[in-house]
Ligand binder design. Sequence first.
Ligand SMILES: [Zn+2]
Length: 53
Amino acid sequence: MKKIKVSHKGRICKHPACKIFLSIYNHECYCYLHQDKLIIQDSIRGAAHLAKV
Ligand SMILES: [Zn+2]
């Protein structure tokens, strides 16, 4: 029998204004909408860090 790794049922996106339930196959803390925003924020932060050096 194969075991598929899944996360807990009934998790909600951690964004304060978001009530989207996450899929058990989504192991992130945010829904797909807010994952994109986090990635953009990270790249801006990374670029600022590079500019500073
Ligand atoms: Zn969300």
